[in-house]
Structures are given as structure tokens and as C-alpha cells.
Ligand binder design. Structure first.
Ligand code: MLT
Length: 221
């Protein structure tokens, strides 16, 4: 901990890490979830790592989300841009307050979508991302800093009606064009997160989330 106070922009939980040298996680829940939702998943994917877990600041019929949408699958992009910057500012303030390194986002659905927007608009806020059931967050991808080999795992569901494969492919192509080292796996099933996702996310974190030294930058893809 430092002398900086924890940020107040987002209701959140912070779990201090038990093991040194592990990248912290930033867990980002889906629509209707909250900051507690992904903590059990984080405990499996990155056992011993610090976890920063904010609650989405937007309410849709009482359900927390990270940004507004006009209808299912159609986003209010002006709000998305604003909320993405607010979330990145929150992460930066939390890094100061809790003395943690740039986290890896672990996002599901709406949380994965804002994590994808952060990679595009504020890439310095994240050291990587696990995007589960993500969609392309913008109709026209915004300009942004290069992603310089930032490691990203995208897990999509073959039968996902909310995030159809061609939409996720657009996201993957855009992140690759920006220079991210993207691994894209399509798992059987739909939008729900399942055991296969857990195993793939853990295996990926084991490769990219440990070793906070210089070797992080050089980890083989
Ligand atoms: C979104 O609105 O971010 C996506 O459609 C996923 C969801 O239903 O939350």
C-alpha cells in the first residue's frame, strides 16, 4: 500500500496477492453481475495473484454494466469512450493506492467488451487481457497506440447468439492489426462461461501472468 487513497469512482473489491511475481488481474463482470462475480474464477486462473474488481457504474433496469447500450449488441459508443477512460483512470489510481503493476483484464461479456475498448483507447492501463465472449466494441475501430505484442486471449463460443463468431473475428483482426499477440480459441457452446474456458484461461495465465521481471516482455507467444 502507498499513501494514495483507494479510488472512489467505482465500487470495488481489492484482494492483495499472496504470491510475488504474479501479474494482478482486473476482473470485469458481465451485465447484471457485480464485483464479487468473477473472484472465484480469478482464484482458479491466477491463484495467489492480486485482484482488482470494480463494479460497472451504469445501471440498465437495475443491472450493473460498464457502459450503456442502445439495444442488445448495439452500443452507445460515446458513452463507451467516456466509461473506458473513467475505468482506465480508476485502474491507474488503484495501482497507486494498492501498489500493483498494470493488470491483466479478465473480462466476461460486457466486461470483456470494455476491456477490448481499453486495449484500443488506453492500452497502457493493461498488461494483457483474457476476453471471454467479447464483441468488437466499436463499429469503426478508433485510432490508438500500438499494442506492441501485448498478450491477449480471446475465448468465443461457437454457438454464441450475442457475440457471433464473425463479430469476434473482427475484434481479433483489429487487435492483431494493432500489434497485439492474440490467441483466439473457439469453444463449443454459447454465451455462458464453462469449464473449457476456465482451463484455457488458466493455461494462458500460467504462460503470461507469472514472472513480473523483464522476462515478461520476452515470454514466447
Ligand atoms: C454487451 O452489451 O456488452 C454485450 O451485448 C454483452 C452483454 O449482453 O452484456
Amino acid at each position: 500500500m502507498t499513501n494514495a487513497s483507494p479510488p472512489t469512482s467505482h465500487h470495488h473489491r481489492f484482494l492483495a496477492g499472496a504470491s510475488a511475481g504474479l501479474r494482478p488481474l482486473l476482473t470485469l463482470h458481465g451485465t447484471g453481475g457485480d464485483e464479487a462475480d468473477l473472484l472465484p474464477l480469478a482464484g482458479i486462473v491466477a491463484k495467489g495473484a492480486a485482484v482488482l474488481s470494480p463494479r460497472g457504474a451504469v445501471l440498465e433496469n437495475g443491472m450493473p454494466r460498464f457502459f450503456r447500450r442502445l439495444r442488445e449488441g448495439v452500443f452507445d459508443e460515446a458513452d463507451l469512450v467516456r466509461r473506458t477512460h473513467e475505468l482506465a483512470d480508476f485502474v491507474e489510481a488503484a495501482r497507486d493506492a494498492y501498489a500493483i503493476d498494470a493488470p491483466i483484464a479478465l473480462g466476461f461479456s460486457n466486461g470483456a467488451n470494455i476491456a477490448a475498448a481499453m486495449l484500443m483507447l488506453r492500452p497502457e492501463a493493461l498488461s494483457g487481457a483474457i476476453l471471454i465472449r467479447a464483441m468488437a466494441p466499436f463499429a469503426e475501430p478508433p485510432e490508438g497506440e500500438p499494442l506492441a505484442e501485448k498478450p491477449v486471449l480471446v475465448l468465443s463460443g461457437a454457438m454464441d447468439p450475442l457475440a457471433p463468431p464473425e463479430n469476434t473475428e473482427r475484434l481479433v483482426a483489429d487487435l492483431r492489426a494493432r500489434g497485439a499477440a492474440v490467441e483466439h480459441r473457439v469453444v463449443p457452446g454459447g454465451h455462458a462461461l464453462g469449464q473449457i474456458d476456465v482451463g484455457l484461461a488458466k493455461a494462458w495465465y500460467d504462460r503470461f501472468g507469472s514472472g513480473l521481471s523483464a522476462s515478461w516482455e520476452k515470454a514466447p507467444i
